[in-house]
Ligand binder design. Structure first.
Ligand SMILES: [Zn+2]
Ligand SMILES: [Zn+2]
Ligand SMILES: [Zn+2]
Length: 279
């Protein structure tokens, strides 16, 4: 029996975030908080700990908003800036706990992390705080246990780049930055209660490295989870307008959405704070 856990959407935006700098569109000026999207990340909370998936540029604000006192591990999907450019801010977790932060990712992603954050892995002399990152490679198809819950790494494609998707507690799939899901990975996603898929635009015009909404909905249609959620959305998603066109168990995620899985129940709620309030 899987232990109960919850998933908080810390950020649901594409790489630019919404609102975008220098954009005058209606969504970027919307007063609906669901149209304000920080860079993509989720926080998994179990009775035994907390796991962060991806660590973008707004991670500090996101963890402050979620009132997160500690993180037991960080899982990375890939090394694009919107997914790793908050890693330096993890140093505060080490200052608070005295412990290094464990980071899990594919070998390819870890290589990029060691390049971008090279100063963390060499002696740079006294002064200046650096995060202490302990890197662990997780292979596609490998299952590990963190915070009392099983996590399986699977592979999908993001243009020509391999990206890691994660199956949490054998119930929850997180698959962002995706343009193709191999059949063997679709098999691992089958039969799960909640599936999260990235989609960058609501229209059907193809994108080179991301699904657009009709493609993401096709995947959800094939997998038929009890709840399907969309993330990694650009400013072309007006939340209420697009969501009104979806089937009842298909939703757009938003910053602060909390999905709780306990026994056979899936419960949705929202955090009172978001990163936008936390400056
Ligand atoms: Zn991204
Ligand atoms: Zn805009
Ligand atoms: Zn990406």
């Amino acid at each position: 029996m899987a232990i109960p856990f919850s998933v908080t959407f810390l950020g649901t935006g594409t790489s630019t975030g919404t609102p975008m700098i220098a954009c005058g569109c209606a969504v970027c000026h919307s007063t609906d908080p669901r149209n304000r999207r920080t860079r993509p990340s989720v926080l998994i909370t179990t009775t035994q700990g907390r796991i962060l998936i991806d660590c973008g540029p707004e991670m500090r604000l996101q963890l402050l908003a979620a009132k997160t006192p500690s993180i037991d591990a960080v899982l990375l999907t890939h090394a694009h800036a919107d997914h790793i450019h908050g890693l330096d801010d993890l140093r505060q977790l080490t200052f608070a706990s005295g412990n290094p932060v464990d980071v899990y990712a594919s070998g390819q992603t870890l290589k990029r992390v060691m390049h971008v954050y090279d100063y963390c892995f060499k002696d740079t002399g006294p002064g200046g705080g650096k995060p202490q990152l302990h890197l662990y490679e997780i292979a596609y198809g490998q299952t590990i246990e963190l915070a009392g819950i099983t996590i399986m790494a699977t592979r999908h494609m993001h243009g020509t780049l391999d990206v890691t998707s994660y199956v949490i507690g054998d119930r929850f799939v997180y698959c962002t930055d995706v343009s193709l899901i191999p059949e063997e990975t679709m098999s691992e996603f089958a039969g799960k209660d909640v599936v999260v898929v990235g989609a960058v635009r609501p229209d059907s015009k193809p994108h080179a490295s991301h699904f657009v909404l009709p493609e993401a909905l096709d995947v959800l249609g094939r997998l038929a989870p009890r709840l399907g959620l969309i993330t990694h959305m650009s400013h072309s998603f007006e939340h209420a307008t697009v969501e009104a066109q979806l089937a009842k168990n298909r939703r757009l995620a938003f910053d602060g959405l909390i999905v709780s899985l306990s026994d056979d129940q899936i419960t949705l709620s929202s955090s009172p704070d978001s990163a936008h309030d936390c400056r």
